[in-house]
Design a protein around this ligand. Structure first.
Ligand SMILES: O=C(O)CCC(=O)C(=O)O
Length: 188
C-alpha cells in the first residue's frame, strides 16, 4: 500500500490471446502520430507515438499540446466496456501511447491536467513489451515504487494519487519490443 495513493493492478486482465489480438489491432488501427514540443525555442519530437480519442468536443492537452479528440474506434469502445467489469468510473476519452522500442518513454509527470478535475480515475492498459512503471512521491523522496506492466494488464490509479505522486516509463538501452498503452480518462 502506498501512502496518499490508491492504485490497483490486475496483471492478467486480458488473457494472452486477447492481449495479442489487441496489441496487433491497436498498432494497425490507431492513427498514430509523433508530436513535437517547443522547448526554449527548439522543436523536439516526443519519444513515443500517440493519439487522443474522445467524445465530441472533449479536447485534451498533453505533452504541452492541445489535441481534439478523434472519434472512438469500435475496438477502443469495446476495451472501455471491459474495464467496467472491475471499475465503475466513467471515461470519455483515451490517450493511446506507442513505445516503439527502449528509446521511447515518458518522463516524470502526474496526470493532473485541470480538465481532469480533482482526484481523477485513470485506467491504464498495457499490451506488448513489459515496461517498468515507476512512481515517486512528490514530497517524500523515500517513497518510490515500480511495477512491471505486463502484456494484457490493467492499472487503475485513483483518489489522491495524481496529487501526490509522479510516474514515468523510463527509456532504456536494453532491447525492447513494441508496447501499446491506453489510458482512459474523464475530461470535464
Ligand atoms: O505508458 C504508460 O504506462 C504510462 C503512460 C502515461 O504516463 C500517460 O499517458 O500519462
Amino acid at each position: 500500500m502506498l501512502p496518499d495513493a490508491e492504485i490497483s493492478y490486475y496483471p492478467y486482465f486480458f488473457d494472452q490471446t486477447e492481449a495479442d489480438h489487441y496489441l496487433n489491432e491497436l498498432i494497425s488501427q490507431v492513427a498514430w502520430s509523433q508530436q513535437t514540443i517547443n522547448l526554449y525555442g527548439k522543436t523536439h519530437k516526443i519519444p513515443r507515438l500517440s493519439a487522443w480519442y474522445a467524445d465530441a468536443g472533449k479536447s485534451y492537452e498533453y505533452s504541452g499540446l492541445r489535441s481534439e479528440g478523434l472519434p472512438w474506434l469500435a475496438i477502443l469502445t469495446e476495451i472501455k466496456q471491459r474495464i467496467k467489469t472491475v471499475c465503475s468510473a466513467e471515461f470519455n476519452g483515451v490517450l493511446a501511447n506507442r513505445y516503439r522500442n527502449g528509446a521511447d518513454g515518458v518522463g516524470w509527470h502526474a496526470d493532473d491536467e485541470p480538465e481532469l478535475g480533482r482526484n481523477p480515475v485513470i485506467a491504464s492498459l498495457s499490451f506488448g513489451a513489459k515496461r517498468n512503471f515507476q512512481l515517486k512521491h512528490k514530497r517524500d523522496k523515500s517513497q518510490k515504487q515500480s511495477i512491471i506492466l505486463a502484456h494484457g494488464s490493467l492499472l487503475i490509479m485513483q483518489a489522491e494519487t495524481q496529487h501526490h505522486w509522479l510516474h514515468q516509463i523510463a527509456k532504456t538501452t536494453r532491447h525492447m519490443d513494441e508496447r501499446v498503452n491506453l489510458t482512459f480518462r474523464l475530461v470535464k
